[in-house]
Design a protein around this ligand. Structure first.
Ligand code: AMP
Ligand code: MG
Length: 402
């Protein structure tokens, strides 16, 4: 058996480097910047008011209360026709350009309007409620660095500074294939004796979608060497990575194993982990292939431990592992001391801190419990029994509000 850390290092070393490309900002959500971004313009583009109120000259407020003549109103999106002269004010709305001559805005709450004039009740500090041009981003300023993951907030900033296209690492096209004579499309009704619905493919397509990727669906291939060989070879030619499930364990009909080894540089591993001990990895003509086990929980665990970090690496991400935090076990557990064990747990706020409770049955076919889970409780090699109250390390794949 290969230790998990070693297996993962081999996988990460075996995937191609990310490739840069240019895309419109609108299509860049979730991608990783491949070059630094500098701002071509200022944000805000002009001095403007941060409040609804009156644009004034600070020096006119030496003695408050005082009365200033209101020469005009200026709304957001409009420009005052004149400036603020001594003893006058311009009524101004949030976001409207600060008129010439003004240096301070008195908020409307501190004023009493009259006909053609305004009484100023309070004296704010000089420059109050004025947002300076370039106060957020200056022209030429570094905005984002290569390697940053573009979130919705980044897209907002890029729009504000006027950047329309960005250099990113291109999204990875991932093929998903299910295997097995017993596996049928989830839409099949009624289920024939011995058949089961394909849960791996919808799950894997969804896991990839959660990473911002559109999976390429290669359907279900039965336990037939020619069909498996053709599909794997075609998927490897057409996509950047291939994920298969089923057929890599010890069974006699595990043709996937045979076909994968025949196709080239793919190895079958026994990883010292539970679930998901059998795992195949390698490349067909340079395209990495992840041969996941068949049981749905094993598929999820192997995807999380191998495929997800590897595909994130291919997408240019440098933070590729789930966050790890500690929690208190809510119940006793017994695990295989020769393996890193991934228990599926629900995480709850308890009276004395964060608690981890088994999400349900822990057999590798019980996907319903995995669906309810928030995290893996990672039980390291060498540990066989843990008790309620012990501290356990969690790998979070869902954060809920604690
Ligand atoms: P295998 O490794 O092919 O022997 O599969 C191990 C177990 O996973 C068997 O019980 C299979 O029926 C089940 N299995 C394989 N593929 C899928 C799938 N796509 N969806 C649900 N269960 C599957
Ligand atoms: Mg099978």
């Amino acid at each position: 058996m290969i230790p998990l850390a070693e297996a993962r290092a081999l996988v990460l070393a075996g995937v191609p480097a990310p490739q840069a490309t240019e895309v419109p900002v609108a299509g860049s959500l979730g991608l990783v910047l491949a070059s630094d971004v500098r701002s071509p313009s200022m944000v805000p583009p002009f001095d403007n008011s941060a409040m609804d109120g009156y644009a004034v000259r600070f020096e006119d407020l030496a003695h408050v209360p005082c009365v200033l003549t209101v020469s005009e109103d200026v709304a957001a999106g409009h420009v005052a026709t004149g400036g603020v002269e001594q003893g006058t004010a311009i009524k101004i709305m949030t976001g409207a350009p600060l008129p010439a001559g003004a240096d301070t805005v008195v908020r409307v709450e501190d004023t009493v309007p009259a006909d053609g004039s305004v009484e100023i009740l309070a004296r704010p500090g000089p420059g109050t409620a004025v947002r300076r041009a370039g106060g957020d981003v200056a022209v030429g300023a570094p905005v984002f660095e290569s390697g940053e993951v573009l979130t919705a907030r980044h897209l907002g900033v890029l729009a504000a500074v006027g950047v329309e296209r960005v250099q990113v690492y291109r999204p990875v096209r991932v093929a998903v294939v299910s295997t097995g004579d017993e596996v049928v499309a989830p839409s099949i009704r009624p289920l024939a004796p011995g058949h089961i619905r394909d849960s791996n493919r919808p799950m894997l397509i969804g896991l990839l979608a959660e990473m911002g990727l559109e999976a390429i669906d290669y359907g279900i291939v039965g336990d037939d060497a020619d069909a498996l060989r053709d599909t794997f070879a075609r998927a490897a030619t057409e996509c950047d990575a291939v994920i298969t499930s089923g057929g890599v364990s010890m069974g006699e009909y595990d043709l996937v194993k045979r076909v994968l080894t025949e196709l080239g540089g793919i190895e079958l591993w026994k990883v010292a982990m539970q679930p998901a001990k059998p795992f195949a990895f390698g490349a067909i003509g340079g395209t990495p292939l992840f041969g996941l086990p068949g049981n749905p929980v094993s598929v999820f665990v192997a995807f999380e431990q191998f495929a997800r970090p590897a595909i994130l690496t291919m997408m240019g991400h440098t933070s590729i592992l789930r966050p790890r935090i500690e929690a208190t076990l809510a119940e006793d557990v017994s695990t295989d001391p020769e393996k890193t064990v991934f228990l599926r747990v629900v995480v709850e706020a308890g009276p004395s801190g964060r608690m981890a409770r088994l999400a349900g049955g822990q057999a590798s076919n019980i996907l319903s419990a995995t669906a309810r889970a928030d995290a893996f409780a990672v039980i390291p090699i060498g540990v066989s029994d843990m008790s309620a109250g012990d501290t356990v390390e969690l790998e979070m794949f869902r954060w809920s509000n604690e």
